[in-house]
Design a protein around this ligand. Structure first.
Ligand code: G3H
Ligand code: 13P
Ligand code: ZN
Ligand code: NA
Length: 310
């Protein structure tokens, strides 16, 4: 069934695990993720960015997810990733999504509250849940020095007021993760501010926290890309043991997109390198879909811990 994340998060919080929120852009990605979840009986969040919606169109994505629900019989939450305006959130709520993110993290604290509150007031009477964000996820370029990084991390002193005033259902925080395949500089030791997560947990007991920018940038797929004509030196992500630790804490939703992209691109590059004369898209999309399936299964069982929880 198409569900909200409310029950998923409640059980995840109590059970000390996290739900995977995977970005979807086309049929093969939806199939790879949902077939993996089906095999290990995991609840799922499928998320659609503004860019995905522009690429594939709202109705196609909606129908692909509906098809996956029919095929797998899993509880799936369909979520808008990084909604930046009330209008975009409204459009997804009206169009059948069960969850939306309003990302007001680049606004002032007061404006973030105001915008988030407006989305919550539209979403809740319609049975839709809302994720918001406090603090800014640093791009690697942004965090050039400690004081810049400090300014971007979530300030735990703000979280209670934000959640109380907005009525939001979950909160994304910035503790050192970032989007994309280059999360730390070469030679830099990957680090997350678990002290901030602990402080947030203390101030918001039982409240579900979301981790964006949480791909591991799996070396196997980076290597597959680089050894088959690609050029992604120094691609580096969040170590799996840190994600496991976050999942055991208040983090109930872990966002993964880059790992899916790397798996898909690596397998397609490898396929073409080995089969230069092939041109039937089914031939190279099949291993790409299989790679996504394998990746997601491993993530669910070995990192998120939500296998068997559907
Ligand atoms: O957080 C960003 C996600 O990876 C989605 O990326 O906006 O390119 O679809 P996108
Ligand atoms: P990654 O780029 O680390 O996969 O993060 C994805 C994300 O946060 C989507 O909102
Ligand atoms: Zn994100
Ligand atoms: Na958790």
């Amino acid at each position: 069934a198409l569900v909200t994340s409310t029950e998923m998060f409640k059980k995840a919080y109590e059970g000390g695990y996290a739900i995977g929120a995977f970005n979807v852009n086309n049929m093969e990605i939806v199939q790879g993720i949902t077939e993996a979840a089906k095999e290990v009986n995991a609840p799922l969040i499928l998320q659609v960015s503004a860019g995905a919606r522009k690429y594939a169109n709202h109705t196609y994505l909606m129908k692909l997810v509906e098809a996956a629900i029919i095929e797998t019989n899993l509880p799936i939450c369909l979520h808008l990733d990084h909604g930046d305006t009330f209008e975009l959130c409204k459009s997804c709520i009206d169009g059948g999504f069960t969850s939306v993110m309003i990302d007001g993290s680049h606004h002032s604290f007061e404006e973030n509250i105001e915008l988030t509150k407006k989305v919550v007031e539209y979403a809740h009477p319609r049975g839709v849940v809302v994720e918001a964000e406090l603090g800014r996820l640093a791009g690697i370029e942004d965090a050039v020095n400690v004081s810049d990084a400090d300014a971007a991390y979530t300030n735990p002193a703000e979280v209670e007021e934000f959640v109380t005033k907005t009525g939001v259902d979950s909160l994304a925080i910035a503790i050192g993760t970032s989007h994309g395949a280059f999360k730390f500089k070469p030679g830099q030791k990957p680090q997350l501010r678990f002290d901030i997560l602990e402080e947030v947990e203390k101030r918001l007991p039982k409240f579900p926290i979301v981790l964006h920018g949480a791909s591991s940038v799996i070396p196997e797929f980076v290597e597959m890309i680089n050894s088959n004509g690609g050029k992604m030196p120094d691609a580096i992500g969040i170590p799996e043991d840190m994600l496991r630790k976050a999942a055991s804490m208040a983090v109930c939703k872990i966002n993964i997109d880059s790992d899916l992209r790397l798996a898909m691109t690596g397998s397609i590059r490898k396929y073409f390198a080995e089969n230069p004369s092939h041109f039937d898209p089914r031939q190279y999309l099949k291993p790409a879909r299989e790679a996504i399936k394998g990746l997601v299964k491993n993530k669910i069982v070995n990192v998120l811990g939500c296998d068997g929880k559907a």
